[in-house]
Ligand binder design. Structure first.
Ligand code: FAD
Length: 376
């Protein structure tokens, strides 16, 4: 369905006012194909929009927004231990997670409540609490808006990286529209998978499991104490507990993730935001070492053999920019990576605040902050 002069406010979680010249939404690939075969305009005038939870409309959009409403979940393959589910790109991601948890399919639960739709999970390689979309994706079906045909990419063809994929490359962006994704879920828990890797009789396997599990648990607590923070329930602890313990039913794991997220992240219906505005910068080992030497409390995460990720929240906080505002836009005091719209923020308020933060981080730490949000 093609609509003209549409307000994009309901289509972006920042809640910014902007209009699109046209918005085309479709529920089947055939509808998309019919539309594209009669479209003779330039692809420069097309933007593909999902749930709008990672975009910032900086001005009115003088072109066509293409919005998938393909919503379905179907089983494409099943074995004794695995199930392969195909989901339409317009389906809400958390609806998919809820479906998996309800049916006791393991794998997606750590990513509960990430806003947005199925399609963008591959674009962004969305992730939370140690699970990324790339860990679950088997194949991605896409529609090429130039060639006007559907093709399928395998996981390795998607070039997944931290919050990145081939879909963000210049050749793919706004040309390749994801129509559906096949995810692989496990029908048995990580606990059962892990137990099957130990040798020996039942008692021996139990001993190995609990030995490993308690090791993880204690190292999480020790790491947390070293970090000197108040919260006991840190992300490593949550991950280890959720992934390794067979004691927690899947539905309870999901509830814990949801509770943890809602206790930290602002409700998009009350305070517009896109989650993390910036990515954690990827830096060389040398740079990580020099930061560590100068700032022993720097928060670093391992990333590939010769690189590290540095916590963007730590960098922003270290520059004194947490909790700062510009107009009606502000970075949160307890979550400086999240920039919120206090009600009447303009895109200019948000982008100016972001620019000030980027400059402060660069000046103090010589590290470039890259935006996670997509600016239109
Ligand atoms: C409160 C909050 C918490 C968040 N927490 C997390 C988190 O824990 N982890 C995380 O990774 N992200 C998080 N995010 C960011 C966001 O939810 C994810 O990046 C999500 O995957 C974006 O989905 P979307 O459908 O809203 O994409 P959109 O914002 O609509 O689009 C994002 C990009 O994907 C492209 N795109 C969208 N759909 C398609 C398609 N079908 N085909 C081709 N390209 C497409 C768009 O062109 C755009 O470039 C959070 C956001 C909010 C508001």
């Amino acid at each position: 369905m093609l609509k003209s002069n549409i307000s994009l406010k309901p289509y972006n979680t920042f809640g910014l006012e902007a209009n699109a010249k046209e918005l085309f939404s479709f529920s089947t690939v055939t509808e998309l194909d019919d539309f594209m075969t009669s479209y003779y305009g330039s692809l420069d005038n097309i933007f593909i929009l999902g749930g709008g939870s990672n975009v910032l409309f900086s001005k009115n959009y003088d072109g066509i927004i293409i919005h998938s409403k393909i919503k379905y979940i179907k089983t494409v393959k099943e074995t004794a231990t695995e199930i392969f589910l195909e989901a339409g790109s317009g389906l809400n991601w958390d609806e998919f997670v809820r479906f998996c948890v309800k049916n006791k399919y393991y794998g997606a639960e750590n990513m509960s409540l990430i806003p947005g739709n199925i399609g963008a999970t591959a674009v962004q390689n969305a992730g939370a609490y140690g699970t990324e979309a790339k860990d679950l994706i088997v194949t991605v079906k896409v529609y090429d808006l130039i060639e006007k045909k559907e093709i399928e990419l395998t996981n390795s063809e998607c070039n997944f990286e931290y919050r990145n994929s081939i879909f963000k490359s210049a050749d793919f962006k706004d040309r390749i529209l994801i129509t559906s994704i096949v995810y692989r879920l496990s029908k048995i828990s990580k606990f059962q998978v892990k137990m099957s890797t130990y040798e020996g009789n039942f008692i021996k396997r139990q001993f190995h499991f609990w030995n490993d599990f308690l090791g993880h648990l204690f190292s999480s607590i020790i790491l947390k104490r070293k970090g000197g923070k108040k919260a006991f329930f840190d992300y490593r602890f949550l991950k280890n507990l959720l992934e390794d313990s067979g004691l927690l039913p899947l539905a309870l794991k999901r509830r814990i993730v949801i509770k943890t997220r809602t206790s930290k992240l602002p409700d998009i219906n009350k305070l517009g935001n896109v989650g993390s505005f910036f990515k954690n910068p990827i830096i060389s080992l040398e740079k990580a070492n020099s930061l560590k030497k100068e700032y022993p409390d720097v928060i670093l995460f391992p990333y590939l053999d010769d690189k590290m990720k540095v916590s963007a929240a730590w960098l922003i906080d270290g520059c004194g920019w947490s909790g700062k505002t510009h107009g009606a836009a502000g970075s949160l005091k307890h979550l400086p990576l999240t920039i919120v719209n206090y009600g009447s923020a303009t895109s200019n308020d948000i982008l100016t605040l972001a620019k000030n933060i980027e400059e402060a981080v660069f000046l103090k730490y010589d590290v470039v902050l890259e935006k996670e949000v997509v600016i239109i």
